[in-house]
Design a protein around this ligand. Structure first.
Ligand code: 2AM
Ligand code: CA
Length: 292
């Protein structure tokens, strides 16, 4: 029996999304886009590139983003949407688009396929990421992995859940016991040297490193306690907005690579279970790998 007091709810009771509103729309859009993406794996005909030969885009990314835009705007025609495929590539253009978008009271931040390179190669590790910021504050975050049919949902102040089960970050307190995720975005000027220096410094200190190729899923995995921490230099808002809320609502910590609080414009991200956060940040500083 569920208690009338929401705070005394048994942790093992399934979570029921309380609001029929924003969260339900985000879940619905992520589920639809995710099913569409999965149905198209292995069928990509036209492979486009953006900032470089490593920066891929497909008709599936564009189609999925269009689906999500239509669905969100059907419910909330006056809300704004910042989507990966609506912004020209490059850090400056992303910053400019974000500055403009931030003016909106309700801003949806959408990555229709996070892990496009994986999707194109048939490596089954990609996801849809949808976040809603209200007056600049992350309020809803949904990440859907259509391959494993895992829907990660976070609502500000209400916790984070995967199919109704509360997620919680892991408990490791030392780097030696930790499994760390990282990533390599396509920018070879700034991001690649920083991420390589970080790898060299941190690999000898930890139990293992994983680089799966989807920032959103790595953040969801920090939230779910499947990895102890994740860091990456050179991300965009849509890669991490939803995942950041998932980590925070699962008891974890998220900062930039210098240890400053995360905000929607943060590009160099550290997310952890909290216990090893300082060790990661100091390692990045020691290695000259903060990206700043
Ligand atoms: P994507 O697949 O949506 O592009 C891989 O380490 C991570 O970097 C992925 O989450 C990937 O997201 C992201 N990424 C890829 N290209 C990027 C770019 N040009 N700028 C920022 N992040 C990028
Ligand atoms: Ca993408």
């Amino acid at each position: 029996m569920s208690s009338l007091n929401p705070n005394s709810r048994n942790e093992r009771e399934p979570y029921v999304v309380s609001s029929k509103g924003y969260t339900a729309v985000a879940i619905n859009a992520a589920a639809k886009a995710g099913e569409f993406i999965k149905s198209r794996q292995g069928t990509v005909k036209e492979l486009g590139t953006k900032s470089s030969a490593q920066d891929l885009v497909t008709e599936v990314d564009k189609g999925a983003e269009q689906m999500i835009r239509r669905l969100v705007l059907t419910h909330y025609p006056d809300h704004a949407i910042l989507g990966e495929e609506g912004v020209v590539p490059g850090a400056d253009a992303v910053t400019a688009a974000l500055e403009e978008a931030k003016e909106n009271e309700f801003l949806w931040i959408v990555d229709p396929v996070d892990g496009t390179t994986n999707f194109v190669h048939g490596f089954p590790f990609y996801a849809v990421s949808i976040a809603l910021a209200v007056r600049g504050e992350l309020t809803v975050g949904v990440i859907y992995d259509p391959v494993r049919d895992e829907m990660f949902v976070a609502e500000k102040g209400k916790g984070a859940y995967v199919h109704g089960v509360k997620t919680a970050v892991s408990s490791e307190t030392s780097l030696g016991d930790s499994l760390i995720a990282l990533g390599f975005p396509p920018d070879r000027q700034v991001a690649q040297p920083a991420n390589l220096a970080a790898l060299q410094n941190i690999l000898p200190k930890v139990r293992g490193i994983r680089a799966g190729g989807s920032a959103a899923l790595h953040l969801a995995y920090v939230a779910a306690g499947r990895v102890s921490a994740y860091y990456e230099v050179g991300l965009s808002p849509w890669d991490c907005a939803a995942g950041v809320l998932l980590v925070k609502e699962s008891g974890g910590q998220v900062t930039d690579t210098q240890g400053n609080p995360y905000h929607i414009g943060t590009r160099h991200v550290v997310a952890s279970n909290g216990h090893i956060h300082e060790d990661i940040v100091s390692s990045l500083k020691e290695a000259g790998a903060t990206g700043f």
